[in-house]
Design a protein around this ligand. Structure first.
Ligand SMILES: NC(=O)c1ccc[n+]([C@@H]2O[C@H](COP(=O)([O-])OP(=O)(O)OC[C@H]3O[C@@H](n4cnc5c(N)ncnc54)[C@H](O)[C@@H]3O)[C@@H](O)[C@H]2O)c1
Length: 531
C-alpha cells in the first residue's frame, strides 16, 4: 500500500499508529482538556498496543448456555477458513453440505493457507473436533439439511448466485443465517433476504469481517478523533499477480470431482458445466467480478472511515485485457467514487450548476483491482489535511504526518489548547513529553484477528441472549454487519460493475439503500438466464 517506503519508515509508521491509539485510549492524567475516551477504556492494558479483548470491544461476553448448533453450506476455500476460525465454545458445527467430493475430504482433513498475505490455515473438522468430527452429519442437498431440527444457525459459503435463494430458504426454515459476502447477486435479492429475516424473526449477518476487526476499529477511532484533520481522499486497492497458471479463481478441477459429478448432476445443481460450478467467480451468472469479490471489502472500509455514508456517484473502467480464456468478468477494474464529505449538504443538488459549491464538499475514493501485478497488495490509504493513515493486508496500520517528508517522522497524539486531540510530530529529536510519558514507542504491534472468529462468536452470543429474553431492539444484540448494512456494500459493488459496463457515471439514489421497493434500473438486467 505504501509505494516506496523503506523498512525503517514502515516501522516508524507502525509505531506511530500504535502509540497514537494508545494515547487516545489512555491520555496521561492531568492533560488539560483531554476527556478520557470511553471507547477503549478498559480495553487497552496500560502500555499494550492491542486491546485485550475483542469481545469486550464489540460488546459481547461469554456465551450463556450451550454453544449454538450450526451447519455449514459450502465447504470450499472460505468454508474451510470459517471452520478453522470458529470458536466451539460459542458455535459447534453439527452438519455440513457440499456437492464436491474433494471439498468434503478437505473440510474434514484441513490444509495450510496459501502463503498469500493474511491467508489462514484451514484446520478442518478433524483437527477441531477430534473423534467427534465423525458425528457431523453430511448432506449433499441443502434442502435436506434444513429439515435437520438440531441445526439452529447456518453458515453459507456458497457461490454468489446461491446466497439469496439458499439464505431465504434457511430463514424460512427457522434458522439464523450468517452468509458470506457479497450479500447477493442483485439489489432486489438483498431486499428479499432482509424481508425474509424480518418475517421469520431470525438473525441475518453477512460476512464482511472488517466489521469485527480490532485493527479497523482502532483506525476508525483514530479518524473519528479528528487527528487526521479533514479527510479529502481515500486510495484503496487490491492488486494481485495472478498469472494464468496460478489463477486461484480457475484452479485445476480435481479428478475425483470430474468422475463423481456427471453432466446430468451438474445441470441438476443448476450449473451449465462443471467449470461453472468450480470456477463460478469468472462467470457473470454465478459471480459478481472483482468489485464483488475484492472491491466490496475496501469500499465497505472506506464507507465506514467516512462515517458510514453511502457514495453519491461512481465512474469506472473495467477491462478484460489479460486472460485469454472464456471468462466473462473483468480482470482489471479502476473506479472513482464521489462520497459526501463532512460539509456536504444532501439537500443541495450535487450538480445544480457549474461551480456548485456543494460539489466541492465531496470526497474522492479511488479503487483499483488488477490481476497482473501484486505490487502494494491490498488496503486503504486515508489522506487527511493533518495526517495519513494506511491500513494494509488486514494486519497492520501505519500513521504519518501529511507531508512527503513525514515518512520518517515520529508522531503521537497530544492535546490542543481547545482540548481537541492532535498529531504532534518530532523528527529525529527528543520525543514530546506525552510520548515520553507513555514510554515512547510501545512494544511490538500485536497480531490482529481478521474478524472471522469474532463475527461468529457475536452471532452465537446474540442468538442466546435474545432467547433469554434480552430486548431484540438492542443495537448490540444484532450482528454488526446485518442485512441492511451489507446491502449497501452490495449496491456499491453492483453499481460499479454497471458504471464500467455501461461506460457512464452512475449516481446512487438513497432510496435504493432503504427498505421498500426502490431498485436501480440496472438491477433487472443483472440476472442472466438460468443454466
Ligand atoms: N469474507 C471473505 O474475505 C471471503 C473470502 C473468500 C471468499 N468469500 C466468499 O465465500 C463464498 C465462497 O467462496 P469460496 O472461495 O469458498 O468458493 P469455493 O468455490 O471454494 O467454495 C464454494 C463451495 O460451494 C459448493 N457448492 C456449489 N454449489 C452448491 C450447491 N448447490 N449445494 C452445496 N454446495 C454447493 C462448491 O462445491 C464449493 O465447495 C463466496 O461468496 C465468496 O465471495 C469471502
Amino acid at each position: 500500500m505504501a509505494l516506496d517506503m523503506t523498512p525503517e519508515q514502515r516501522e516508524i509508521g507502525k509505531a506511530n499508529f500504535d502509540r497514537s491509539v494508545q494515547e487516545l485510549a489512555n491520555p496521561p492524567a492531568g492533560r488539560p482538556g483531554m476527556t478520557r475516551r470511553t471507547f477503549m477504556q478498559g480495553l487497552m492494558a496500560a502500555g499494550a498496543a492491542v486491546p485485550l479483548s475483542a469481545a469486550a470491544y464489540f460488546g459481547y461476553g461469554q456465551l450463556h448456555g450451550k454453544p449454538v448448533k450450526a451447519a455449514l453450506i459450502g465447504a470450499g476455500d472460505e468454508g474451510g477458513v470459517l471452520v478453522g476460525e470458529h470458536n466451539p465454545d460459542y458455535l459447534q458445527f453439527v452438519a455440513c453440505c457440499d456437492v464436491r467430493p474433494s471439498n468434503k475430504r478437505r473440510i474434514f482433513e484441513g490444509e495450510p493457507g496459501s502463503g498469500a498475505p493474511g491467508a489462514l490455515w484451514r484446520k478442518g473438522f478433524n483437527r477441531v473436533y477430534g473423534h467427534d468430527a465423525l458425528k457431523i452429519r453430511w448432506y449433499d442437498d441443502y434442502r435436506r439439511l434444513l429439515e435437520d431440527k438440531d441445526v439452529e444457525m447456518v453458515v453459507i459459503a456458497l457461490p454468489l448466485h446461491l446466497h439469496a435463494p439458499v439464505a431465504i430458504d434457511c430463514l424460512r426454515a427457522g434458522k439464523h443465517v450468517l452468509c458470506e459476502k457479497l450479500m447477493a447477486r442483485t439489489v432486489s435479492q438483498c431486499k428479499e433476504m432482509i424481508r425474509a429475516a424480518d418475517q421469520a424473526d431470525r438473525l441475518l449477518a453477512i460476512g464482511h469481517q472488517r466489521h469485527y476487526s480490532l485493527l479497523y476499529a482502532q483506525a476508525v477511532e483514530l479518524i473519528n478523533s479528528g487527528v487526521l484533520g479533514e479527510v479529502r481522499h481515500i486510495r484503496a486497492l487490491w492488486h494481485r499477480n495472478m498469472l494464468p497458471e496460478r489463477d486461484g479463481w480457475r484452479k485445476a478441477i480435481p479428478s475425483e470431482d470430474r468422475s463423481a459429478l456427471s453432466a446430468e448432476r451438474v445441470r441438476e445443481l443448476g450449473y451449465r458445466s462443471i467449470e461453472e460450478l468450480c470456477h463460478w467467480r469468472i462467470y457473470r451468472r454465478t459471480g459478481g467480478g472483482l468489485m464483488a469479490e475484492l472491491g466490496s471489502h475496501q469500499l465497505d472500509a472506506s464507507s465506514i472511515f467516512l462515517g458510514k455514508v453511502h457514495p453519491l456517484a461512481v465512474t469506472g473502467v473495467g477491462l478484460k485485457c489479460y486472460y485469454n480464456d472464456n471468462r466473462e468478468i473483468e480482470d482489471h477494474v479502476y473506479c472513482t467514487f464521489e462520497f459526501p464529505g463532512k460539509n456536504y449538504r444532501p439537500d443541495v443538488p450535487l450538480r445544480a450548476a457549474n461551480g456548485n459549491p456543494n460539489y466541492n464538499h465531496t470526497v474522492a475514493v479511488t479503487y483499483s483491482s488488477i490481476s497482473t501485478n501484486g505490487f502494494e497488495s491490498y488496503g486503504e490509504c486515508v489522506m487527511g489535511t493533518k495526517g495519513t493513515l494506511v491500513v494494509q493486508n488486514e494486519n497492520e496500520a501505519l500513521l504519518y504526518p501529511p507531508a512527503f517528508t513525514g515518512r520518517s517522522t515520529s508522531v503521537t497524539v497530544t492535546t490542543q489548547p481547545s482540548g481537541q486531540p492532535a498529531l504532534d510530530s518530532w523528527g529525529s529529536g527528543p520525543a514530546p513529553a506525552a510520548a515520553a510519558q507513555t514510554g515512547g514507542r510501545p512494544g511490538a504491534p500485536g497480531v490482529y484477528s481478521r474478524g472471522y472468529r469474532e463475527e461468529m462468536e457475536h452471532m452465537a452470543y446474540c442468538i442466546r441472549m435474545r432467547e433469554q429474553g434480552m430486548s431484540r431492539d438492542r443495537e448490540d444484540l444484532r450482528p454488526r454487519c446485518h442485512g441492511r448494512a451489507a446491502m449497501a456494500d452490495a449496491i456499491i459493488a453492483l453499481a460499479s460493475n454497471n458504471a464500467f459496463q455501461s461506460q457512464r457515471r452512475e449516481t446512487f439514489d438513497e432510496t435504493w439503500f432503504q427498505d421498500g421497493a426502490a431498485l436501480p434500473e440496472w438491477d433487472r438486467t443483472i440476472l442472466l438466464p438460468e443454466a
